[in-house]
Design a protein around this ligand. Structure first.
Ligand SMILES: [Zn+2]
Length: 268
């Protein structure tokens, strides 16, 4: 494979770090950083949506969303204009699809853009911690309504002249199937994410600032249960000290290399 002369993310001595030879399951946590080169801006980075436009963060607050019709109108427009509709997966997403061919892999993503699915990751192996933007839900509790549908059909109603379309079943407020600020994560998703973190040999955290739960806690959980934590991120994170290795290179460059080395490990 590689002749070793241009292996950018090896240690100073040129040796492959021990964790890259480690067999066992691999869990990959992905954050906004893996999607920025697909044209989807992140939220908290220097060029982040919230850094540049505080109103965007407001649209993500659940309590405000429920009580402010004007905010909902703006939110539907923001959903319509979300760059994720046109975005294509990049080398980072493709690398994780490749890794599935060689190792037991679970992807835990903070992203709502579905680019892992679009790249070809097996849907049941991708856990969407914050939901996704291509489905819509009624905000009434499941026992009262439980309507779910596609974002496309709701946006069609917006385009047809309903600026804030109510639930067709119960008249309630609709939203994207994402986890907004002020909302709890799905218990089942959270439980499964915890089990994956506890059972993994290698925990790769890619493109996440690791400042939002449960992402942050999952790193700690994985390390407590014996995993090697490897962080691939442009900016420092609060968990860098806990990591076996921190890689500061662009994800689309670093991840294919890491995957090639993990894929070469004899797992038999
Ligand atoms: Zn409803």
């Amino acid at each position: 494979m590689s002749d070793g002369t241009d292996r950018a993310s090896t240690t100073d001595t040129g040796e492959i770090p021990e964790w890259r030879k480690r067999a066992g399951p691999v869990a990959v946590l992905t954050g906004a950083g893996i999607s920025t080169s697909s044209g989807i801006p992140d939220f908290r980075g220097p060029q982040g949506v919230w850094t540049k436009n505080p109103i965007a963060e407001l649209t993500a607050n659940y309590v405000d969303y429920l009580r402010d019709p004007e905010l909902r109108v703006r939110s539907w427009i923001a959903r319509r204009d979300n760059p994720a509709w046109q975005a294509e997966p990049n080398e980072g997403h493709a690398a994780l699809v490749e890794l599935e061919r060689h190792r037991s892999v679970r992807v835990l993503t903070q992203n709502i853009d579905r680019l892992h699915h679009k790249a070809g990751s097996t849907p049941r192996k991708v856990l969407e911690l914050h939901g996704n933007m291509f489905e819509a839900v009624c905000t009434q509790p499941a026992w009262r309504c439980g309507w779910t549908g596609t974002m496309r059909e709701v946006l069609d109603r917006v385009a047809a002249g309903e600026p804030d379309p109510p639930c067709e079943r119960c008249g309630g407020i609709l939203k994207a199937a994402t986890v907004m600020f002020g909302q709890n994560l799905d218990e089942e998703v959270l439980g499964l994410a915890g089990a994956i973190a506890r059972g993994t040999a290698v925990f790769l955290a890619v493109g996440s600032s690791l400042r939002v739960q449960p992402a942050a806690g999952l790193c700690e959980l994985a390390v407590m249960h014996g995993a090697d934590l490897v962080i691939v991120n442009n900016e420092p994170t609060p968990y860098d000290d806990l990591a076996t290795e921190v890689v500061r290179k662009p994800i689309s460059e670093a991840l294919p290399r890491i995957v090639a080395e993990l894929a070469a490990v004899k797992t038999g």
